[in-house]
Design a protein around this ligand. Structure first.
Ligand SMILES: Nc1ncnc2c1ncn2[C@@H]1O[C@H](COP(=O)(O)OP(=O)(O)OP(=O)(O)O)[C@@H](O)[C@H]1O
Ligand SMILES: [Mg+2]
Length: 250
């Protein structure tokens, strides 16, 4: 089996006296799409932020392709962030830039200077998320779903080795959600992109996942294929997957 591209061990994070991550262990293999499930407020977004060094853990380690990410300084994190792209849950567009400039941003960051190349790439990326023709709009004038798709176009314009997607289909209609699921799979099959996808959308999960992990009480409670997830009889897993409330927020 491949050595994991990302290896997380014993990750602990506390915020305001509350232990959000309590010794999280997770391996992500090169080229796979791992879907991360877990209840709202459970620490999924917090976890993703650690992978690109936006948060430092209280304890534990994250090795990405041989690099201990938790010990890198801001300047040393730059090459990591070129290799790991993130689609933030809220889109996180630059409000002062129009759609075109938002999507072009990573290309320009990577030193691309040719206006023709930038124009072609932006057009291609926007068309992949069904957002062609909106280049001149400012983020404030887009719907929530449109903002999300623009953020996705920005995340994939210069495909990194790893893409972290935080709720890529939340708030989108079923047709757009389906096209985004296909896009995630296409990036994997054509470019061998490794992905971690946080979602509450079980339809999406079954579409895209090679493997599924369930974050529960600060640790990975379950990890397995979608087949193993379907067959799993553990009550915590079943409550989550079948959408029963149990003691969770749902
Ligand atoms: N910057 C922050 N300051 C204070 N508390 C935070 C911060 N970021 C996250 N938290 C807390 O950490 C916990 C986990 O939040 P997180 O956003 O990771 O949840 P989540 O699993 O992504 O939930 P959702 O599915 O609703 O997006 C929550 O209790 C949240 O209030
Ligand atoms: Mg979140």
């Amino acid at each position: 089996m491949n050595a994991p591209l990302i290896q997380v061990r014993g990750l602990v994070q506390k915020i305001g006296g509350q232990e959000i991550l309590r010794g999280l262990d997770l391996d992500v293999v090169r080229g796979e799409t791992l879907v991360l499930l877990g209840k709202s407020g459970g620490g999924k977004s917090v976890f993703l932020r650690h992978l690109i060094g936006l948060m430092k853990p209280v304890a534990g380690s994250i090795v990405f392709d041989g690099l201990e990410v938790t010990r890198l300084r801001e300047r040393e994190l730059e090459p990591v962030r070129l290799r790991i792209g993130m689609l933030f849950q809220d889109g996180a567009l630059f409000d002062s830039m129009n759609v075109f400039d938002n999507v072009a941003f990573p290309l320009r960051e990577r030193g691309e200077r040719s206006p023709a190349k930038i124009r072609d790439k932006v057009a291609e990326s926007l068309s992949m998320v069904n957002m062609s023709g909106h280049e001149k709009k400012m983020p404030v004038n887009l719907s929530g779903g449109m903002r999300k798709r623009v953020a996705l176009a920005r995340a994939i314009i210069s495909p990194p080795d790893v893409i972290l997607y935080d709720e890529p289909t939340a708030g989108l209609d079923p047709i757009v959600s389906d096209s985004i699921n296909r896009l995630i799979r296409r990036l994997q099959s054509s470019l061998n992109v490794t992905s971690i996808v946080v979602t509450h959308d079980m339809v999406s999960c079954y579409h895209i996942a090679d493997r599924v992990a369930l974050l529960n009480e600060g640790r990975i409670y379950f990890s397995g294929t979608t087949g193993e997830l379907r067959a799993c009889t553990d009550p915590v897993v079943r409550d989550f997957v079948d959408g029963r409330s149990g003691e969770s927020v749902y």
